[in-house]
Design a protein around this ligand. Structure first.
Ligand SMILES: [Zn+2]
Length: 591
């Protein structure tokens, strides 16, 4: 019976249900987790023997660059990434290529082999939404969604400056529906608009930008307010100002303080499972790739880790979740909506670089990059990425990423897991890399070794909860999607010192199961189902939307695109899975 199976006797790690390595059977019926299987269903179910193995919910990546214009730009910019890394066509799989920016097929297969079933594209420019959806549609196996870049959007800046938060919210709601977007992303607020004029904002959060006269602080507070006014699934996802500059940790910390008073209100029309830990988010801001925003020092000479300032702040507050954006060394492609940050990196390195302005909305920069162990700054960045996971006390405030492909490709996740699970793994890398990793960070003094339970939080339970998808992902409660990963190691025999086994185990899952079907087994792709596309449909009053659209149509003359060609047509969306947000009560709907 397709979609129906029993996974017997594995050691189960399911943090949202506080299950920590208990030996349990997991049942899936018609693609969904159930408490039990009986009669015919049990008789016809596929049985997987997981004895002596590790069982977790399917992996969820809440921040990765896997679809859209800048990802494709990255592919075009590094032909060397294409001929060195070739994946041959298989019986059921496409050929493909690429390491730091793999082609869409390869990225789907590689995530599935590692045990991931759900991945969110971290930055979708509205005008490039069609392209983003095309690439998500072509990525096999994975359920996906994309965050819409709104932090330098003309309409948002204009409404916020006018103090018209409701119209700004109506615009954001309309934009989410129009582009089939999942959450709100804010990149270098006020700074990217300035970059259209060749300058960034400085280190002050109170500097008004050109023309709109709005400050980073006003945008961060405004967008986080809008987000909660709408009751979005995830909080605003913030890429803070001054990223990648020595000393930037301070601006980051001050930015995180801005939405501290914003009251969280997740208002989704879904049924929440009864898990032991509340499956709903409680953060009002989710900081992206914190490593790049945690630089200390005042110049590249006295550069050091600024992680302590961020970690202390996250430890003492309850409204922030971060993903780390680790640097695992090796080739990368840096790509972001933060054009000036990439230009800065271009001036430092002279590497291949591209820059783009997306009309009234945002921009982007792309740069080929290589993180080297011999490089003092890169070595310190490696340490910062790990500090951010190891020094935050509560793992429910952290998520493991490489900000793929910015810190490195997502295929390096197993290596990062090894570093946070094994002090020996860290010491071995200290011995190989530049001494700044040791001297300019506090990583060397950290003896924490994370457990498989922690890893399950950082790679499934918490990303799912943070982005508001834990009504169906990130745990193994009845009703959840039948996404399960079985890793081929016995947790009772796992030794942190023998970390090569950890890397091997996480690289190729014994089984990756999606919707109750085996999609990957021991590094082989077994089936290639089409994933879903998640997006939010937030509702604001019709009258307000009409008023707002008048403004949009008036200003649309500044676009090179016709208004009719702006929305993403339904046919671009693979298996549409919208979630209703801020839905009006039936009783007040005028019929
Ligand atoms: Zn990113």
């Amino acid at each position: 019976m397709p979609g129906t199976m029993v996974i017997r006797n594995g050691y189960v790690f399911d943090p949202l249900n506080e299950i920590d390595g208990e030996i349990k059977d997991i049942f899936i019926k018609d693609g969904k987790i159930v408490d039990d299987l009986k009669g015919n269903s049990l008789r016809d179910a596929k049985v997987i023997d997981a004895m002596g193995k590790t069982v977790m919910p399917g992996g969820v990546d809440s921040h990765s660059h896997v679809a859209g214009a800048k990802v494709n730009g990255g592919r075009m910019m590094c032909p060397e990434d294409r001929y060195k890394w070739v994946t041959k066509k298989g019986e059921i799989t496409h050929s493909g290529s690429g390491n730091t920016v793999p082609s869409v097929y390869v990225q789907g297969y590689d995530y599935a082999k590692m045990g991931y079933t759900t991945v969110f594209e971290a930055a979708m420019p509205p005008m490039e939404a069609r392209h983003t959806h095309e690439e998500m549609r072509s990525t096999p196996i994975l359920d996906m969604g994309a965050y819409l870049v709104l932090g330098n959007n003309w309409f948002i800046m204009r409404y916020l400056k006018e103090g018209n938060i409701e119209k700004a919210a109506a615009y954001a709601a309309w934009m989410m529906k129009t582009h089939k977007a999942y959450g709100i992303k804010c990149v270098n607020p006020a700074g990217v608009e300035n970059w259209g004029w060749g300058v960034d904002v400085t280190e002050s959060l109170d500097e008004p930008n050109i023309h709109f006269g709005i400050t980073p602080r006003e945008i961060i507070h405004g967008l986080t307010e809008i987000n909660e006014l709408l009751g979005m699934p995830m909080s605003v996802h913030l890429h803070a100002n001054n990223l990648g500059n020595p000393g930037c940790w301070e601006v980051t910390k001050n930015s995180l303080e801005i939405p501290r008073d914003v009251k969280v209100k997740c208002n989704m029309d879904v049924e929440w499972p009864k898990t032991k830990i509340d499956p709903q988010r409680n953060q009002s801001v989710y900081l992206a790739h914190a490593q790049f925003n945690s630089f200390g020092g005042t110049s590249w000479r006295d550069f050091e880790s600024g992680a302590k300032g961020i970690v202390d702040y996250v430890n003492k507050t309850d409204h922030v979740v971060i993903d780390n954006g680790a640097v695992p060394f090796g080739p990368a492609t840096v790509m972001t909506g933060d054009g000036p940050a990439i230009h800065h990196l271009y001036k430092l390195t002279g590497n291949k670089w591209s820059n783009k302005d997306v009309e009234l909305e945002c921009g982007s920069g792309i740069l080929s990059f290589n993180y080297m162990k011999a490089n003092p700054v890169h070595s310190a960045q490696w340490a910062i990425g790990l500090e951010l996971l190891l020094l935050v006390n509560d793992p429910w405030k952290t998520i493991l990423t490489t900000d793929h492909p910015n810190g490195g490709p997502f295929t390096k996740y197993p290596q990062i897991i090894a570093w946070i699970m094994s002090q020996k793994a860290r010491e071995d890398t200290f011995a190989e890399c530049h001494k700044w990793a040791q001297d300019r960070s506090s990583l060397g003094g950290c003896d924490r070794e994370m457990t498989l339970y922690d890893i399950a939080i950082l790679t499934r339970a918490n990303p799912a909860r943070t982005v508001g998808i834990a009504h169906r992902k990130g745990h193994l409660t009845a009703g959840a999607d039948g996404d399960v990963t079985i890793y081929d190691f016995d947790p009772t025999k796992l030794e942190a010192n023998n970390y090569t086994n950890i890397i091997k185990g996480f690289q190729n899952a014994a089984f990756t199961i999606k919707d109750g079907e085996v999609v990957a087994q021991n590094g082989q792709i077994i089936s290639v189902p089409k994933g879903r596309t998640f997006f939010s449909e937030p509702h604001m009053g019709d009258g307000l939307e009409k008023e707002m659209l008048k403004d949009v149509k008036e200003w649309f003359k500044y676009y090179t695109l016709g208004f009719a060609n702006y929305p993403v047509p339904d046919k671009y969306i693979r298996n549409p899975s919208p979630v209703q947000v801020n839905k009006p009560l039936e009783s007040i709907v005028v019929r």
